[in-house]
Design a binder for this molecule. Sequence first.
Ligand SMILES: Cc1cc2nc3c(=O)[nH]c(=O)nc-3n(C[C@H](O)[C@H](O)[C@H](O)COP(=O)(O)O)c2cc1C
Length: 311
Amino acid sequence: MVDKKLSTKVELCGIEMDNPVIPASGTFGYGYEFAELYDINCLGTFSFKGTTLEPRFGNPLPRIAECPDGMINAVGLQNPGVDEVIAHEIPEMAKVFHKPVMANVSGFSVDDYVQTVSKLENDPVAGRHIGWFEINISCPNVHGGGMAFGTSPKAAEEVTAAVRKVTKKPMLIKLSPNVTDITEIARACEAAGADGISLINTLLGMRINLKTKQPVIANKMGGFSGHAILPVALRMVYQVYDAVKLPIVGMGGVQSAEEVIEMMLAGATAVEIGAANLVNPFASKEIIEDLPRVMEKYGIKDLKEIIGGAH
Ligand SMILES: Cc1cc2nc3c(=O)[nH]c(=O)nc-3n(C[C@H](O)[C@H](O)[C@H](O)COP(=O)(O)O)c2cc1C
Protein backbone atom coordinates (compact mmCIF):
# COMPACT_ATOMS: atom_id res chain seq x y z
CA MET A 1 0.00 0.00 0.00
CA VAL A 2 1.34 3.41 -0.98
CA ASP A 3 1.21 6.10 1.76
CA LYS A 4 -1.69 8.47 0.97
CA LYS A 5 0.13 11.38 2.64
CA LEU A 6 2.81 11.54 -0.06
CA SER A 7 2.79 14.83 -1.98
CA THR A 8 3.88 15.08 -5.59
CA LYS A 9 2.82 18.73 -5.93
CA VAL A 10 5.36 21.34 -7.04
CA GLU A 11 5.11 25.03 -7.83
CA LEU A 12 6.64 26.38 -11.01
CA CYS A 13 6.88 30.18 -11.24
CA GLY A 14 3.86 30.65 -8.99
CA ILE A 15 1.66 28.02 -10.66
CA GLU A 16 0.94 24.87 -8.68
CA MET A 17 1.24 21.56 -10.53
CA ASP A 18 -0.17 18.22 -9.33
CA ASN A 19 3.15 16.61 -10.18
CA PRO A 20 6.41 17.67 -11.84
CA VAL A 21 6.02 15.60 -15.02
CA ILE A 22 5.78 17.47 -18.34
CA PRO A 23 5.91 15.86 -21.80
CA ALA A 24 8.58 17.80 -23.70
CA SER A 25 7.99 20.02 -26.70
CA GLY A 26 8.02 18.22 -30.04
CA THR A 27 7.18 14.84 -28.55
CA PHE A 28 3.54 15.46 -27.56
CA GLY A 29 2.04 17.51 -30.40
CA TYR A 30 -0.65 19.84 -29.09
CA GLY A 31 -1.78 17.20 -26.61
CA TYR A 32 -5.13 16.22 -28.12
CA GLU A 33 -3.45 13.51 -30.22
CA PHE A 34 -2.44 11.78 -26.94
CA ALA A 35 -5.83 12.45 -25.33
CA GLU A 36 -7.17 9.74 -27.64
CA LEU A 37 -5.00 7.28 -25.69
CA TYR A 38 -5.52 8.47 -22.07
CA ASP A 39 -6.82 11.35 -19.95
CA ILE A 40 -3.91 13.79 -20.23
CA ASN A 41 -5.14 15.78 -17.22
CA CYS A 42 -3.00 13.46 -15.09
CA LEU A 43 0.06 15.40 -16.35
CA GLY A 44 1.67 18.25 -14.42
CA THR A 45 1.31 20.07 -17.73
CA PHE A 46 2.79 19.57 -21.21
CA SER A 47 4.91 21.73 -23.48
CA PHE A 48 3.34 22.03 -26.89
CA LYS A 49 5.12 21.72 -30.24
CA GLY A 50 7.61 24.48 -30.99
CA THR A 51 5.46 27.18 -32.61
CA THR A 52 6.85 29.73 -35.06
CA LEU A 53 5.48 32.89 -36.65
CA GLU A 54 5.10 31.31 -40.10
CA PRO A 55 4.04 27.72 -40.91
CA ARG A 56 6.99 25.35 -41.37
CA PHE A 57 7.00 22.12 -43.33
CA GLY A 58 10.18 20.95 -41.65
CA ASN A 59 13.35 19.45 -43.12
CA PRO A 60 13.64 16.95 -45.99
CA LEU A 61 13.42 13.19 -45.25
CA PRO A 62 15.01 11.14 -43.78
CA ARG A 63 15.03 13.20 -40.61
CA ILE A 64 15.17 10.55 -37.90
CA ALA A 65 18.11 8.22 -37.17
CA GLU A 66 18.14 5.50 -34.53
CA CYS A 67 21.02 5.39 -32.05
CA PRO A 68 21.94 3.11 -29.18
CA ASP A 69 19.78 4.34 -26.28
CA GLY A 70 18.51 7.39 -28.14
CA MET A 71 17.62 8.99 -31.45
CA ILE A 72 18.65 11.81 -33.74
CA ASN A 73 15.96 14.09 -35.14
CA ALA A 74 16.11 16.89 -37.65
CA VAL A 75 12.36 17.53 -37.85
CA GLY A 76 13.06 21.22 -38.36
CA LEU A 77 10.30 22.73 -36.21
CA GLN A 78 7.46 21.53 -38.40
CA ASN A 79 4.32 23.34 -37.21
CA PRO A 80 1.33 25.10 -38.76
CA GLY A 81 2.42 28.59 -37.64
CA VAL A 82 1.08 30.69 -34.77
CA ASP A 83 -2.13 31.88 -36.48
CA GLU A 84 -3.26 28.32 -37.17
CA VAL A 85 -2.14 27.22 -33.69
CA ILE A 86 -4.41 29.92 -32.24
CA ALA A 87 -7.30 29.15 -34.60
CA HIS A 88 -7.21 25.36 -34.41
CA GLU A 89 -4.61 23.64 -32.22
CA ILE A 90 -5.24 25.49 -28.96
CA PRO A 91 -9.06 25.26 -29.16
CA GLU A 92 -8.71 21.49 -29.86
CA MET A 93 -6.31 21.17 -26.94
CA ALA A 94 -8.63 23.11 -24.65
CA LYS A 95 -11.39 20.55 -25.22
CA VAL A 96 -9.30 17.83 -23.57
CA PHE A 97 -6.74 19.54 -21.31
CA HIS A 98 -7.98 21.66 -18.43
CA LYS A 99 -4.75 22.85 -16.83
CA PRO A 100 -2.39 25.70 -17.76
CA VAL A 101 -0.28 24.59 -20.73
CA MET A 102 3.33 25.45 -21.52
CA ALA A 103 3.65 27.28 -24.86
CA ASN A 104 6.93 26.48 -26.60
CA VAL A 105 7.96 29.21 -29.05
CA SER A 106 10.79 29.27 -31.60
CA GLY A 107 12.04 31.92 -33.97
CA PHE A 108 14.76 32.88 -36.42
CA SER A 109 15.00 36.54 -35.42
CA VAL A 110 14.23 38.48 -32.24
CA ASP A 111 11.18 39.91 -33.97
CA ASP A 112 9.88 36.40 -34.76
CA TYR A 113 9.87 35.55 -31.05
CA VAL A 114 8.28 38.87 -30.09
CA GLN A 115 5.49 38.61 -32.64
CA THR A 116 4.71 34.96 -31.90
CA VAL A 117 4.58 35.48 -28.13
CA SER A 118 2.48 38.67 -28.54
CA LYS A 119 -0.08 36.85 -30.67
CA LEU A 120 -0.38 34.01 -28.16
CA GLU A 121 -0.48 36.37 -25.17
CA ASN A 122 -3.14 38.65 -26.64
CA ASP A 123 -5.50 36.05 -28.08
CA PRO A 124 -8.28 35.58 -25.50
CA VAL A 125 -8.48 31.77 -25.80
CA ALA A 126 -4.73 31.10 -26.06
CA GLY A 127 -4.04 33.71 -23.36
CA ARG A 128 -6.42 31.97 -20.98
CA HIS A 129 -4.93 28.50 -21.48
CA ILE A 130 -1.23 29.32 -21.53
CA GLY A 131 0.38 29.13 -18.10
CA TRP A 132 4.04 29.59 -19.06
CA PHE A 133 6.01 30.46 -22.15
CA GLU A 134 9.01 28.25 -22.90
CA ILE A 135 11.22 30.15 -25.30
CA ASN A 136 13.41 27.77 -27.29
CA ILE A 137 16.64 29.58 -28.15
CA SER A 138 18.29 26.65 -29.90
CA CYS A 139 17.34 27.85 -33.38
CA PRO A 140 19.76 29.65 -35.68
CA ASN A 141 19.55 33.43 -35.75
CA VAL A 142 19.16 34.11 -39.47
CA HIS A 143 20.07 37.78 -39.01
CA GLY A 144 23.01 36.90 -36.77
CA GLY A 145 24.91 34.66 -39.20
CA GLY A 146 23.08 31.43 -38.39
CA MET A 147 24.57 30.92 -34.94
CA ALA A 148 21.96 29.60 -32.48
CA PHE A 149 20.61 32.28 -30.11
CA GLY A 150 21.35 29.90 -27.26
CA THR A 151 25.07 29.66 -27.97
CA SER A 152 25.83 33.34 -27.33
CA PRO A 153 25.11 35.06 -23.99
CA LYS A 154 24.51 38.34 -25.82
CA ALA A 155 21.95 36.86 -28.24
CA ALA A 156 20.26 34.92 -25.42
CA GLU A 157 19.98 38.13 -23.41
CA GLU A 158 18.59 40.02 -26.38
CA VAL A 159 15.78 37.53 -27.03
CA THR A 160 14.93 37.27 -23.33
CA ALA A 161 14.74 41.03 -22.86
CA ALA A 162 12.64 41.53 -25.99
CA VAL A 163 10.11 38.80 -25.12
CA ARG A 164 9.98 40.04 -21.51
CA LYS A 165 8.44 43.28 -22.79
CA VAL A 166 5.49 41.53 -24.45
CA THR A 167 4.39 39.01 -21.84
CA LYS A 168 3.36 39.16 -18.21
CA LYS A 169 3.23 35.37 -18.00
CA PRO A 170 6.07 33.34 -16.50
CA MET A 171 8.72 32.96 -19.17
CA LEU A 172 11.18 30.07 -19.17
CA ILE A 173 14.13 30.19 -21.54
CA LYS A 174 15.06 26.79 -23.00
CA LEU A 175 18.80 26.41 -23.41
CA SER A 176 20.89 24.51 -25.91
CA PRO A 177 23.52 22.15 -24.46
CA ASN A 178 25.82 22.78 -27.44
CA VAL A 179 27.95 25.29 -25.54
CA THR A 180 31.15 25.23 -23.52
CA ASP A 181 29.73 26.98 -20.46
CA ILE A 182 25.98 26.60 -19.90
CA THR A 183 26.10 28.78 -16.76
CA GLU A 184 27.02 31.97 -18.62
CA ILE A 185 24.01 31.58 -20.93
CA ALA A 186 21.71 30.90 -17.95
CA ARG A 187 23.04 33.97 -16.13
CA ALA A 188 22.49 36.14 -19.20
CA CYS A 189 18.83 35.01 -19.35
CA GLU A 190 18.37 35.67 -15.64
CA ALA A 191 19.81 39.17 -15.99
CA ALA A 192 17.45 39.91 -18.89
CA GLY A 193 14.30 39.00 -16.95
CA ALA A 194 13.68 35.26 -17.38
CA ASP A 195 11.45 33.62 -14.75
CA GLY A 196 12.93 30.16 -15.19
CA ILE A 197 15.34 28.04 -17.24
CA SER A 198 14.47 24.88 -19.19
CA LEU A 199 17.29 22.58 -20.18
CA ILE A 200 18.51 20.69 -22.11
CA ASN A 201 17.53 20.74 -25.74
CA THR A 202 19.12 18.12 -28.02
CA LEU A 203 22.86 17.59 -28.50
CA LEU A 204 24.14 18.01 -32.05
CA GLY A 205 24.90 14.57 -33.48
CA MET A 206 25.08 12.47 -36.62
CA ARG A 207 25.12 8.92 -38.00
CA ILE A 208 26.55 7.52 -41.25
CA ASN A 209 25.02 4.73 -43.32
CA LEU A 210 27.72 2.19 -44.28
CA LYS A 211 25.91 1.08 -47.45
CA THR A 212 25.51 4.57 -48.92
CA LYS A 213 28.56 5.91 -47.04
CA GLN A 214 26.50 9.06 -46.50
CA PRO A 215 24.92 10.67 -43.44
CA VAL A 216 21.64 8.95 -42.49
CA ILE A 217 19.86 12.28 -42.00
CA ALA A 218 19.19 14.35 -45.13
CA ASN A 219 20.31 17.46 -43.22
CA LYS A 220 23.50 15.54 -42.27
CA MET A 221 23.28 16.46 -38.57
CA GLY A 222 20.45 16.53 -36.09
CA GLY A 223 19.53 16.69 -32.43
CA PHE A 224 20.52 13.70 -30.31
CA SER A 225 18.18 12.90 -27.41
CA GLY A 226 16.92 9.98 -25.37
CA HIS A 227 18.21 7.93 -22.47
CA ALA A 228 21.89 8.21 -23.45
CA ILE A 229 21.97 11.97 -22.78
CA LEU A 230 20.73 11.76 -19.16
CA PRO A 231 24.17 12.20 -17.52
CA VAL A 232 24.91 15.29 -19.64
CA ALA A 233 21.51 16.78 -18.79
CA LEU A 234 21.93 16.07 -15.07
CA ARG A 235 25.34 17.71 -15.08
CA MET A 236 24.02 20.85 -16.77
CA VAL A 237 20.96 21.13 -14.50
CA TYR A 238 23.29 20.75 -11.51
CA GLN A 239 25.59 23.51 -12.80
CA VAL A 240 22.75 25.92 -13.64
CA TYR A 241 21.16 25.37 -10.20
CA ASP A 242 24.37 26.70 -8.66
CA ALA A 243 24.60 29.61 -11.11
CA VAL A 244 21.13 31.21 -10.98
CA LYS A 245 18.29 31.75 -8.51
CA LEU A 246 15.59 30.81 -11.01
CA PRO A 247 13.55 27.59 -11.02
CA ILE A 248 14.73 24.98 -13.51
CA VAL A 249 12.75 22.61 -15.70
CA GLY A 250 15.13 19.70 -16.28
CA MET A 251 15.05 17.31 -19.19
CA GLY A 252 17.19 15.04 -21.31
CA GLY A 253 16.98 11.27 -21.31
CA VAL A 254 14.50 10.91 -18.46
CA GLN A 255 12.43 7.75 -18.81
CA SER A 256 11.52 6.62 -15.29
CA ALA A 257 10.19 7.93 -11.97
CA GLU A 258 13.63 7.29 -10.45
CA GLU A 259 15.20 9.56 -13.06
CA VAL A 260 12.60 12.28 -12.42
CA ILE A 261 13.74 12.26 -8.81
CA GLU A 262 17.40 12.24 -9.85
CA MET A 263 16.75 15.32 -12.00
CA MET A 264 15.01 17.06 -9.08
CA LEU A 265 17.92 16.26 -6.76
CA ALA A 266 20.20 17.91 -9.34
CA GLY A 267 18.05 21.06 -9.09
CA ALA A 268 14.94 20.74 -11.27
CA THR A 269 11.57 21.94 -9.97
CA ALA A 270 9.80 20.07 -12.79
CA VAL A 271 10.96 17.49 -15.32
CA GLU A 272 10.16 17.05 -19.01
CA ILE A 273 9.96 13.70 -20.77
CA GLY A 274 10.86 13.79 -24.47
CA ALA A 275 11.99 10.86 -26.62
CA ALA A 276 10.47 8.35 -24.17
CA ASN A 277 6.98 9.44 -25.34
CA LEU A 278 7.90 8.44 -28.88
CA VAL A 279 8.92 4.94 -27.80
CA ASN A 280 5.92 4.46 -25.49
CA PRO A 281 3.04 6.96 -25.78
CA PHE A 282 2.03 6.11 -22.20
CA ALA A 283 5.52 6.85 -20.80
CA SER A 284 4.64 10.14 -19.05
CA LYS A 285 1.47 8.68 -17.51
CA GLU A 286 3.31 5.57 -16.31
CA ILE A 287 6.07 7.67 -14.74
CA ILE A 288 3.47 9.74 -12.83
CA GLU A 289 1.75 6.59 -11.61
CA ASP A 290 5.08 5.15 -10.45
CA LEU A 291 6.23 8.26 -8.55
CA PRO A 292 4.55 7.40 -5.19
CA ARG A 293 6.14 3.94 -5.18
CA VAL A 294 9.61 5.36 -5.79
CA MET A 295 9.08 8.16 -3.23
CA GLU A 296 8.12 5.59 -0.63
CA LYS A 297 11.13 3.42 -1.50
CA TYR A 298 13.54 6.33 -0.94
CA GLY A 299 11.74 7.83 2.07
CA ILE A 300 10.55 10.98 0.24
CA LYS A 301 7.27 12.39 1.59
CA ASP A 302 7.11 15.65 -0.31
CA LEU A 303 8.70 16.06 -3.75
CA LYS A 304 9.10 19.84 -3.25
CA GLU A 305 11.59 19.16 -0.48
CA ILE A 306 14.11 17.29 -2.64
CA ILE A 307 14.68 20.02 -5.25
CA GLY A 308 18.43 20.65 -5.39
CA GLY A 309 18.97 18.08 -2.64
CA ALA A 310 22.20 16.79 -4.20
CA HIS A 311 23.96 20.14 -3.63
C1 LIG B 1 11.20 14.64 -32.48
C2 LIG B 1 11.60 15.74 -31.56
C3 LIG B 1 11.13 17.04 -31.79
C4 LIG B 1 11.48 18.10 -30.93
N1 LIG B 1 10.97 19.35 -31.14
C5 LIG B 1 11.23 20.36 -30.27
C6 LIG B 1 10.61 21.64 -30.39
O1 LIG B 1 9.79 21.88 -31.29
N2 LIG B 1 10.95 22.62 -29.50
C7 LIG B 1 11.82 22.38 -28.46
O2 LIG B 1 12.08 23.28 -27.65
N3 LIG B 1 12.40 21.16 -28.29
C8 LIG B 1 12.12 20.15 -29.16
N4 LIG B 1 12.69 18.92 -28.98
C9 LIG B 1 13.62 18.70 -27.84
C10 LIG B 1 12.90 18.08 -26.63
O3 LIG B 1 11.84 18.91 -26.17
C11 LIG B 1 13.92 17.82 -25.47
O4 LIG B 1 14.49 19.05 -25.08
C12 LIG B 1 15.05 16.88 -25.88
O5 LIG B 1 14.59 15.89 -26.77
C13 LIG B 1 15.73 16.21 -24.68
O6 LIG B 1 14.82 15.40 -23.97
P1 LIG B 1 14.71 13.78 -24.20
O7 LIG B 1 16.09 13.23 -24.13
O8 LIG B 1 13.81 13.31 -23.09
O9 LIG B 1 14.10 13.60 -25.56
C14 LIG B 1 12.35 17.85 -29.82
C15 LIG B 1 12.82 16.55 -29.61
C16 LIG B 1 12.46 15.50 -30.43
C17 LIG B 1 12.96 14.12 -30.13
